[in-house]
Design a protein around this ligand. Structure first.
Ligand code: ATP
Ligand code: MG
Length: 326
């Protein structure tokens, strides 16, 4: 089958100092099917943007090859460009002295869109993203969120066969981010043969939008599958919270139970109850934990379980959280 995006042993190194090189993309092999929303997930500096820059013909690979819609991104860059578009989160693109409509119009004309079609689409998108009232506002007067919505419109307006979204919801408030995700879903449902390659730091966003996800760390692809299959590799079990009274002062209670990992104390109201959190790969140990709690003189006031999510998988593979501050 023909892939929408394919890379073969793709490598990109950067020279950082005399004789010192950094491998930003390290033999990456990707095969993205037409119609897929494909997610690239990884911590800062993993190489996500570098992969995208190569695919959109902004950067040459050091070795290996990459194809977009069957065209080699190096040898046939001219054939790739009309078929694609790209939106990056936090970009300050656009010309400040032009207004919103003029900016989007200008980009539509870079793609050679017929005037009538461009005008219709721009109007439709402005309305869809509740920006009709801002059409005449100069870009340098827009808030970050409004500017990003304009960038998103610029990405969709040319109806690209393959759309690259590099952290499209970065810095957006919850409401606008949701609106953007909602539109991505609508667009891909409507245009069955169109493809999106998306990067994000947000696990939940990747789970919500992506048909398949590749986890990238230090330039290397470390996992690639559907969100469900990736989660299934974690097995059963999950993250548990026990609310105990009186509040425990350490994690001894669960430390003695085999298979318990990452036990820590959370929320304690100082007197009556406290939370003990831990992960387990199987639910089979739970009765033992409840019995141990009772025996140690605790009353169990609450209990909850969260199934393993992609963040847990990320920790397992990469050895740290996506966001170091969590
Ligand atoms: N032009 C460049 N010159 C030197 N090093 C670069 C250059 N561009 C990227 N790098 C390095 O390559 C690595 C990968 O960067 P890249 O921007 O692809 O990461 P990323 O996964 O997009 O990260 P983030 O989540 O922060 O956007 C980083 O170590 C970065 O410092
Ligand atoms: Mg990046």
């Amino acid at each position: 089958m023909d892939f929408a995006i394919e890379t073969a042993d793709l490598v990109r190194t950067f020279k950082i100092k005399r004789g010192e090189f950094l491998t930003a993309v390290d033999r990456v092999n990707l095969q993205v099917k037409p119609g897929e929303v494909f997610g690239l997930l990884g911590p800062n500096g993993a190489g996500k943007t570098t992969v995208i820059k190569i695919l959109v013909t902004l950067l040459y690979p050091t070795s290996g090859r990459a194809f977009v819609a069957g065209h080699d991104v190096v040898r046939e860059a001219e054939a790739v460009r009309p078929l694609i578009n790209m939106v990056s989160g936090g970009e300050t693109s656009g010309y400040g002295i032009l207004n919103v409509r003029e900016n989007i119009w200008m980009f539509s004309q870079f793609y050679g869109m017929p005037g009538k079609l461009a005008k219709e689409r721009i109007d439709r998108y402005l309305k869809r993203f509740e920006m009709t009232g801002d059409a005449a506002t100069k870009v340098n007067r827009l808030s970050t969120g409004m500017r990003q919505k304009m960038n998103i419109i610029r990405g969709f307006v040319t109806d690209p066969q393959i759309l690259f979204l590099d952290e499209p919801t970065l810095g957006l408030d919850v409401h606008i981010a949701r609106e953007v995700r909602q539109y991505i879903r609508e667009w891909i449902a409507e245009k069955k043969d169109h493809t999106i390659l998306l990067t994000t730091h947000y696990m939940a966003e990747a789970e919500e939008l992506c048909d398949r996800i590749a986890i990238i760390d230090n330039g290397k692809l470390v996992a690639c599958d559907t969100p469900a299959a990736l989660r299934a590799t974690m097995g059963e079990g999950g993250a548990f919270t026990l609310t105990l009274s009186p509040a425990p002062t350490d994690t001894t209670l669960v430390d003695q139970i085999p298979d318990v990992r990452n036990a820590y104390l959370a929320k304690s109201d100082g007197r009556t109850t406290g939370e003990l959190r831990f992960t387990l790969n199987s639910d089979a140990r739970l009765p033992e934990i409840f019995a141990a709690a009772t025996q140690a003189g605790f009353a169990v006031r609450g209990f909850s379980k969260r199934e393993h999510d992609l963040e847990d998988l990320f920790v397992k593979i990469v050895g740290r959280r996506l966001h170091e501050d969590e």
